[in-house]
Design a protein around this ligand. Structure first.
Ligand code: ZN
Length: 224
């Protein structure tokens, strides 16, 4: 642990040397434009991935970047970010090779987290007709992306975001997926910036994943 404290001291001194007054300015006010909702995975650090300094991105992370309508932790973060900080963009950021998503896909037991990951399991079941005919490697990538798209829909339908849109506050919700192997973020093209486009954008995003050729239309996908 001492190494970490030594690292911290060296980092603080370096930042202050390179940007005199940095911490004083930051301690007075934070005004991030972005809320990052990502996975807890240690390989996906929000600030570094998008090249932002402390104070520039508000962050919420949990296993497999899930946003449910009853998670008061995530909803409180969204509410504070939107109502108090007035962020203009919320990005839900999944990542390929996500341990939570892979556990769901390959039906591996994790423990208590299995209950949390049921939300990802729901995504898998809802879109199984677009998923299960793929090879294992493709399923992994597609379920990571579909999970992001579902969570973007959940964020957009939250009362916090709906209320912000209703009062004309500029706010867009985005879905991204991060590649551990190359450090690149893929925009999943599911940006929602007003309530009238939520369902259409969601459906268009899901339709990019073709069903199995022999699947009956509408047999597996539940409406939003
Ligand atoms: Zn993950």
């Amino acid at each position: 642990m001492q190494l970490l404290l030594d690292n911290n001291r060296a980092w603080a001194e370096r930042v202050e040397r390179e940007h005199p007054g940095f911490f004083k300015r930051l301690s007075d006010q934070q005004s991030p434009k972005y809320l990052w909702i990502g996975c807890s995975d240690s390989r996906v650090p929000a600030n570094q991935v998008i090249g932002l300094a402390p104070g520039e991105v508000f962050v919420h992370r949990n296993v497999a970047n899930v946003v449910t309508h009853s998670d008061l932790n995530a909803l409180s973060v969204i509410q504070f970010a939107v109502d108090v900080l007035k962020v203009e963009h919320i990005m839900v950021v999944g990542h390929y090779g996500c341990g939570g998503v892979l556990a769901v896909l390959h039906e591996k037991r994790v423990g208590l987290a299995d209950n949390w990951l049921r939300h990802v399991h729901d995504v898998k079941m809802r879109h199984r007709g677009r998923l299960m005919h793929l090879c294992s490697h493709e399923q992994e990538d597609v379920l990571c992306e579909m999970n992001v798209i579902e969570q973007v829909g959940n964020v957009a339908q939250s009362n916090v975001v709906q209320d912000a849109w209703a009062r004309g506050q500029p706010l867009a919700v985005h879905g991204w997926c991060y590649g551990l192997k190359d450090g690149m973020v893929k925009d999943l093209g599911v940006t929602m910036a007003h309530p009238g486009e939520v369902v259409d954008v969601f459906r268009a995003a899901i339709k990019r994943y073709p069903r199995a050729p022999d699947a009956k239309p509408g047999s597996s996908d539940l409406p939003l």
